[in-house]
Design a protein. Structure first.
Length: 201
């Protein structure tokens, strides 16, 4: 570590920026599951007529809980992805502007300073960089901690939605096991009626 500690604060700053990207990567999993859940819930809602009448109320209950959990997941994933303010290091042009202003300021106070212009400016720039790293890192730590909590809550809500959706799918099992009743297909050929037994798929 260098004498003024700039490297330490620089390392901490970039560690939080790396953590930010790791959270962004982790968000992709619940996002993908949310898309699957939307499709699954939509399918169940459209296929409700296949659920036996005796289990329809229970089916609607589990499907509703799955839908509510999905909305909760979307709410938290939205807070994780958006509405986050990160602290960024100053632009090189901003640092250069500040450096130039320091040289100008030194010319006004050089008679009162016991160091040369180069030393004075370097000390001020070093202090400015450290403060920038500290402010940015503090802000990013709070933001990343908050995003992590929102991501965890979203993942829990997604898990709950998946569980209740799977339970909802179970209500289709009796219909699948029973299969479809054979129906008769009637064709009129040359004024003659031909009746065939067909099995609906």
């Amino acid at each position: 570590m260098n004498e003024d500690g700039t490297e330490l604060y620089k390392e901490l700053y970039y560690k939080e920026m790396e953590r930010k990207e790791q959270i962004n990567a982790r968000v992709q999993i619940p996002l993908g599951l949310i898309v699957v859940l939307i499709s699954g819930i939509f399918y169940c809602a459209n296929s409700m007529h296949q659920v036996p009448e005796s289990g329809r109320i229970a089916f609607l209950f589990f499907l509703s809980v799955s839908l509510i959990s999905l909305f909760v997941a979307i709410f938290f994933i939205n807070k994780c992805i958006f509405r986050n303010k990160f602290g960024y290091f100053p632009l090189p042009s901003e640092i250069k502007t500040y450096q130039d202003s320091l040289y100008e300021h030194y010319q006004k106070i050089k008679e009162k300073c016991d160091v040369d212009a180069e030393t004075y400016v370097n000390q001020k720039i070093s202090k400015f960089l450290i403060e920038s790293y500290i402010i940015g890192t503090d802000n990013n730590i709070r933001t990343n901690d908050s995003r992590t909590k929102f991501l965890q809550k979203s993942s829990l809500a997604v898990s709950a939605s998946v569980i209740f959706l799977v339970i909802s799918f179970c209500f289709f099992i009796p219909d699948l096991l029973a299969g479809k009743e054979p129906t008769q297909k009637i064709e009129i050929i040359n004024d003659k009626i031909q009746i065939e037994d067909t099995q609906l798929k």
